[in-house]
Design a protein around this ligand. Structure first.
Ligand code: NAD
Length: 375
């Protein structure tokens, strides 16, 4: 099944890229695609996934098609899941850990990095503990619950001499990279305005995403962060001020500290403004719009698993669909093993900037005041 799937993905990628590659930038994406097609005998990043839930499973499946990254280990509190994953992904017993034993990773030469896909509130402690084992860390977004935690994680990784990356998969997505390339090339002219709408109607009231202790907040931590991060990579600057308004229509479902809907505005040093919406009660909100003096880009869906769709004033974005997590892990292997610099950073500092903005948005929503930022 794996071979068939790899072959199918390979053919899809090849067919798509054969048509569109001439229009792609030389760096970044083009190398992503050729990387997945050509034979490879360089270094391979051996990854252990911590937290074998929904997203961990998605990353594991996507890594089946990677050539530079390989699922080599697991960390889980559920023995049955470990057995299942061992069987599915041929993981040896010696690379399996639970939350009490994973410090022993320090004695395991067969794991290079740990990818943390647990609930948000656990990231801080787990990243620091993994860093101390001497392994690189990839942490899911949001990197932590606030900027203070984020800074401590960065410091711990620096002290341990390991790299810290955040799972910003959109930073490797072909259509997104093309819009960024166009903006850098001045094709939109002076950028004036960004709109980011991110939301969905959240289901099960018992899930950790609606538990302040585990989620650290509500929709903003989980889905609004895409608009925050997107505003920064689409505009190409970091914001200097924030205003925000929170509305709650279902206080029983969204308890104290768990935001249902937040609208926020970001001001950028070049004069551009972003207007964003983050919500847990509206479906079909996955849209970015960027406009400048000479042109525009719009993407919908803009941050879902894809295919991402979009157009600019020059026409439809035709870059091929890729499985985000496959390309992400190929690129992260290059970053961790070969010091490659991505087009848009995915390091701890990048995650920290979003956390500082999140802190500011919550403060602005609470006080009703404009909050100044220095990132
Ligand atoms: P999930 O609930 O499906 O999985 C979480 C896993 O963590 C489960 O296996 C659970 O057993 C485990 N876990 C360990 N300790 C736990 C504890 N104390 N309480 C609860 N669960 C515990 O969640 P998910 O959707 O996989 O999200 C995990 C992380 O991945 C979150 O930080 C989320 O924001 C992120 N995520 C990122 C993307 C993306 O596109 N980048 C998408 C989905 C989720």
């Amino acid at each position: 099944m794996n071979t068939q799937k790899s072959r199918r993905n390979f053919l899809q990628l090849f067919a798509a890229s054969a048509v569109t590659l001439p229009f792609l930038p030389v760096s970044g994406l083009a190398s992503n695609l050729s990387g997945l097609q050509e034979p490879y005998d360089g270094p391979v990043l051996r990854v252990a996934i911590m937290g074998l839930g929904g997203y961990g499973t998605r990353v594991a499946e996507a890594m089946r098609d990677c050539r530079k990254a390989k699922l080599a280990g697991v960390v889980s509190g559920t023995p049955a899941k470990i057995k299942d994953w061992q069987h599915k992904y041929s993981i040896p017993e010696k690379n399996c850990y639970n939350y009490q034993t994973f410090e022993q990773l320090k004695d395991n030469p067969d794991i290079d990095a740990v990818y943390i896909t647990t609930p948000n509130a656990l990231h801080h402690d787990q990243v620091i503990r993994v860093a101390r084992t001497g392994k690189h860390v990839i942490c899911e977004k949001p990197m932590a619950l606030n900027a203070k935690e984020g800074q401590e994680m960065i410091d711990a990784c620096k002290k341990a001499g390991v790299k810290l990356l955040v799972g910003y998969r959109m930073h490797f997505e072909p259509k997104t990279l093309e819009v960024i390339r166009m903006r850098k090339a001045g094709e939109f002219g002076k950028v004036m305005f960004f709109q980011g709408q991110c939301g969905f109607n959240i289901g099960d009231p018992k899930q950790w995403r609606l538990n302040k202790q585990l989620a650290g907040g509500g929709s903003l931590m989980d889905i609004g962060i895409y608009a925050i991060n997107g505003a920064r990579y689409m505009i190409g600057e970091d914001p200097v001020w924030v205003t925000a308004q929170e509305t709650k229509t279902q206080p029983d479902r969204f308890t104290e500290g768990v935001d249902e809907t937040i609208q926020f505005q970001l001001g950028f040093p070049g004069g551009a403004v972003a207007s964003c919406l983050s919500t847990y009660t509206m479906n079909n909100l996955d849209r970015f719009f960027l406009t400048g003096e000479k042109g525009f880009a719009e993407m919908q869906p803009s941050t879902g698993y894809g295919p991402i769709k979009g157009r600019t004033h020059k026409g439809e974005l035709t870059q091929p669909h890729t499985v985000h997590q496959t390309v992400q892990m190929e690129e992260m292997a290059d970053i961790l093993l070969s010091d490659k610099s991505p087009v848009v950073p995915v390091d701890g500092e990048e995650g920290l900037k979003d956390l500082k903005i999140i802190d500011a948005i919550y403060l602005a929503a609470k006080t009703g005041k404009k909050v100044t930022l220095r990132l």
